[in-house]
Design a protein around this ligand. Sequence first.
Ligand code: PGA
Length: 252
Amino acid sequence: MRKPLVAGNWKMFKLIGEAVDTVNALKSQVADVTGIEIVVCPTFTALHPVAQALKGSNVAIGGQNIYPKENGAYTGEISPQMLLDAGCSWTIIGHSERRQYFKETDAFLNEKIKFALGAGLKVMFCIGETLEEREGGKMNDVLCRQVTHGLQGLSAAQFEQVSVAYEPVWAIGTGVTASPAQAEEAHAFVRSLLRDQFGADVAEGVRIQYGGSVKPDNAAELMAQPNVDGSLVGGASLKADSFAAIVKASLC
Ligand code: PGA
């Protein structure tokens, strides 16, 4: 049985004070929730204060990106060790915004994943097709390429620290959510790729989160799909009430 993982990706939103206020409200609203892993991923400047505010709660913290070096002359970058030091246990890697705006390739993402895992962070690895790719009948090819190259070389033990987030690019921030059937079809395909490449145990154990316009009113039907094991929530995670409602709708 895979434990659902519900994570909020705050992207480049919230100054420190607002971030702390949000998690203070969130932690009391989800204090009774068991059986779901809850994570928030604030901007770098808010990580440490948010971690302090969440101490002793059932909400964990993640970064949104890492650079695959422990330290050094890499102006503007941040290491997994620094995220751990700030209180993180997770990081997102390969979000479509990083692939699109910062030209991150599958090979570079593979390097980042291995480095983050080696440092002791857990990884949410994002994949997903654009609308053009979907309409051109390339969805499966794109997902296959992203899984094959992004995750190549990981051991079964490393997969215990990895979640895959299927985020169709056309559904991110658009208000257009994949239907439960579309999400299930893609998730089942991703799981079949994991089975073919890494074996049945890895495929059955890895959580596959759905991301892309998840809201309180569509979370339950997405989560009811057999291969949907959680969500990665952008816009609707910015308010404690709506993120808490998504967490609670994920209890099924
Ligand atoms: P959204 O973003 O929920 O605002 O569509 C999801 C994401 O980018 O992870």
